[in-house]
Design a protein around this ligand. Structure first.
Ligand SMILES: NC(=O)c1ccc[n+]([C@@H]2O[C@H](COP(=O)([O-])OP(=O)(O)OC[C@H]3O[C@@H](n4cnc5c(N)ncnc54)[C@H](OP(=O)(O)O)[C@@H]3O)[C@@H](O)[C@H]2O)c1
Length: 326
């Protein structure tokens, strides 16, 4: 089978990690990279052994040999970048969050369907072996009925109003950058949408949520308590509590480990080293879908992404947070 020829759109921090991961995926080839400036694209191409470097995103999507494009730009750009790719007939893996609000999500999902291209949010956590193991423990009833989820996605970055994390013009804020992980985890575990939820946040001087929390109640009684922060060096851990025991996922969104605890005893400990850095599993998923002619993943579905986007819209309304371009 021919390798999937990938193009990377935006040569920033995560693009480099993704390129490193791709080198380990047998069915994938880093073919091209596009940056807003040609010298940056050329230096990325040389560093990661791509074949082509483009000085604009428009040139990348016109390359007939590109099978799939990985969008690795700030949140504010995802919609326009995705539309550019879709209109050129390119399959897309787009960094999280897919876009910034429900209106944009519905727009690009519907356009992708109309043009018959593959679209997936790069929710890499869903494909990690340790997270899959935790989901299989839940399905097998190892922890009984799921009752509560506590998850935190927090780190501390120095305040810089120009940085995409703190800049409202780039759709910064802890919710969209970090909160998307615990909300996705809670949705995965509960397998449904919350019946009620409420969020609280501290809006910093640049106008974005620097730290926040969300409480969600699901139809069958599960409660999720989720926190996210750009300004606090708190944990990145998740606990999934059931009627018979619990699962612990340290650094859950990027974890190689999962623990199953029953009656205060560690029953099973799962560990699998990443082949590279964890991004390889989402690349394998996209390759697999494309080889099968699928237009979306069965694991990171567009319906799940849309549901999480709707939750984040309402949470931002609770926070009183709106981006300048909304
Ligand atoms: N999955 C993960 O673990 C993970 C981790 C970090 C980030 N992310 C996601 O990846 C995306 C990019 O994050 P990042 O940390 O890689 O950001 P970054 O280092 O700032 O890189 C973003 C790149 O986007 C391009 N870009 C296009 N329009 C831009 C604009 N108006 N302002 C600034 N840059 C612009 C730039 O590339 P060119 O100059 O080359 O065009 C820039 O280097 C975000 O969606 C983020 O949520 C995911």
């Amino acid at each position: 089978m021919e390798k999937i020829k990938w193009g990377i759109l935006g040569a920033g921090h995560i693009a480099g990690k993704f390129a490193n991961a791709m080198a380990s995926v047998e069915g994938a080839e880093l073919y091209a990279v596009a940056s807003r400036t040609l010298p940056k694209a050329q230096s990325f191409k040389d560093e990661f052994n791509a074949q082509k470097a483009y000085g604009s995103y428009a040139e990348l999507v016109q390359d007939k040999l590109v099978d799939a494009i990985y969008i690795a730009t700030p949140h504010s750009e995802h919609r326009d970048n995705a539309i550019l790719c879709i209109n050129a007939g390119k399959n897309i893996l787009c960094e999280k969050p897919l876009v910034i609000n429900t209106k944009q999500a519905e727009e690009i999902i519907s356009l992708a369907k109309e043009k018959g291209v593959f679209l997936m949010e790069a929710m890499w956590t869903k494909f990690l072996p340790a997270v899959k193991k935790a989901m299989s423990w839940i399905k097998e009833g190892k922890i009984g009925e799921v009752r509560m989820i506590n998850a935190q996605a927090c780190f501390k970055r120095d305040f810089d109003p120009q940085n995409r994390l703190f800049n409202p013009a780039l759709a910064g804020g802890a919710l969209l950058d970090l909160g998307v992980y615990p909300i996705t985890l809670a949705s995965m575990v509960c397998g449904t949408n919350p019946s009620e939820f409420k969020g609280f946040a501290h809006i910093g001087t640049s106008g974005v949520d620097e730290q926040g929390t969300a409480l969600l109640k699901y139809g069958t009684g599960e409660i999720a308590s989720l926190s996210f922060a750009l300004n606090t060096p708190a944990t990145q851990d998740a606990y999934i509590y059931g009627s018979e025991g619990y699962i612990y996922l340290p650094h859950f969104w990027s974890t190689e480990n999962a623990e199953l605890w029953i009656d205060g005893t560690l029953i099973e400990k799962f560990h699998q080293d990443f082949a590279v850095n964890g991004y390889e599993y989402e690349i394998v998923e996209v390759d697999d879908c494309l080889n099968k002619g699928k237009k979306e993943s069965d694991i990171a579905t567009l319906a799940d992404t849309l549901a999480v986007t709707k939750i984040m819209d309402k949470l931002r309304a609770d926070f009183g947070e709106k981006y300048p371009f909304e």
